[in-house]
Every structure is written in C-alpha cells, then in structure tokens.
Design a protein around this ligand. Structure first.
Ligand code: ATP
Length: 213
C-alpha cells in the first residue's frame, strides 16, 4: 500500500473525512468489507468518484469483496491525522465559541481544543467545558506555549480580519473562519471559511421557492 505524498484536492480530503465517519459506523456493526457503490450510496455520489478518491490515496479493493473496512479506516487516518494530534484554539468564547468547545472536545482523538481566547475580562480565566479562556492579548504567548497550530475564529464579523492577522503573526498554520467575513491570509496558512448564515439563507431560499412563497 503506497501512501501518496502529494497534496490531495480539497474535495477529496472532505470526502475522506466523511467516508471515515460512515466506515466507522459500518465497522461497529460488524461489516468487514464494503463496495464502492455502497460507500457512494451513503454519500449520494457516484461509485466512480469513490473509487477515484480511494485510488488517490493509493488503495484498492478486490472485485469480489470490495474494500477492507478496517484497512481503509486506518489508511484514511494515516492521511488525515498526525501521530501526535493537532492542538486547536478558539478565538471568541461567545455563544458560538462555547458551543464548539462543548461539542467538539472528545470527538476526535487527534484534534483537541486546548485554549479559548477572548477580549472580555469577564470571560478571561474561566474554564468552558474543560478549556481555559485566556485574554486575547496573550494569543502569541499561549499559541507558542501550547503548540497550537489551528485557530477557530468565532468573534463578531467586524473583528475577524484583525484576529486573523494576529493569528498569522502568532504562527498559526490553519484557520477555520466561522464568521461571515471572508478573510485574506498568507498563502502559507490554510484557510477554511464556514459561513453558517449564508448556508442557512441558501436553504431558506430553496424552501421559499419550493413552497411558492
Ligand atoms: P456573549 O453573550 O457570551 O458575549 P455572543 O455570542 O453574544 O456571546 P459575540 O458578540 O458574537 O458574543 O462575540 C463573540 C465573542 O467574541 C464574545 O465573547 C466577545 O467578547 C469576543 N470578542 C469580540 N471581539 C473580540 C476580539 N477582538 N478579540 C477576542 N475576542 C473578541
């Protein structure tokens, strides 16, 4: 089995993460092998797409049995995870930041939220779902000390650009931006925008169209 050292396309990485979640459920139900068309059905995509993604990570199944579920899970783990895991900080411990901390911790063994940051003194030095909240002024110091490589931005939109700039200066490697403000960051930092409000408005538009209202 050859693990490709090439960077995979964004969409493939997204789908590998989604495949793994369903493969883990299959494994828990005692299913040891799975065909590409079964994976495709679970994800509402074509079997060709599934086979292409899995070929890109250097794996192939057998015609008779399909893919070995456990082997595929382990291989996706090797592609997506790091051995020691990655440490994450949340900037903006408001309603959204607190929900993410509460929701996420413990869900992935290789990713953990280890610090929160906020500018509001009432939140500083409080612990939310086991995660200490530091003053935003300590961003660089704590990022270095805690070896944090990913920052999740959950401050109000108008603060997002400033926070992103400080994260980049602090040496962060990846940013997940939960605000509706699109960001510009150095090409050395991987940026993922996740605009919930736009997603919801998109759903609302199609609901409106469908209902003829
Ligand atoms: P709460 O009611 O707990 O304040 P909220 O969800 O209404 O939460 P928002 O106004 O969305 O709060 O702000 C999110 C969080 O971001 C807040 O905790 C706020 O103190 C914090 N925040 C705002 N500006 C900054 C900044 N520049 N740096 C760090 N944190 C900030």
């Amino acid at each position: 089995m050859v693990i490709s050292s090439k960077t995979l396309p964004d969409k493939t990485v997204e789908r590998l993460s989604q495949y793994r979640r369903n493969l883990l459920i299959c494994l828990a139900k005692g299913k040891q092998h799975i065909f590409s068309h079964e994976i495709a059905q679970l994800h509402h995509i074509t079997p060709v797409q599934v086979r292409r993604d899995i070929m890109l990570i250097g794996y192939s199944g057998t015609l008779r049995k399909g893919y070995d579920v456990k082997e595929l899970i382990d291989l996706i783990g090797k592609i997506l995870d790091t051995d020691e895991g990655l440490r994450v900080g949340v900037i903006g411990v408001g309603n959204l930041g607190r929900s993410l901390i509460g929701y996420f911790n413990g869900k992935r063994s290789k990713l953990s939220i280890v610090a929160g940051f906020d500018a509001n003194p009432d939140k500083v030095d409080k612990v939310y779902a086991g995660v200490h909240c530091y003053h935003f002024d300590k961003l660089s110091e704590i990022i270095a000390r805690e070896n944090i490589s990913i920052g999740i931005i959950t401050v109000p939109a108008e603060q997002a650009a400033d926070v992103a700039e400080k994260l980049v200066i602090a040496g962060i490697k990846g940013i997940l931006n939960f605000t509706p403000k699109p960001l510009n960051v150095s090409p050395h930092v991987y940026l993922q925008e996740y605009d919930m409000v736009t997603s919801l408005e998109k759903v609302a538009y199609f609901v409106k169209k469908q209902a003829g209202i």
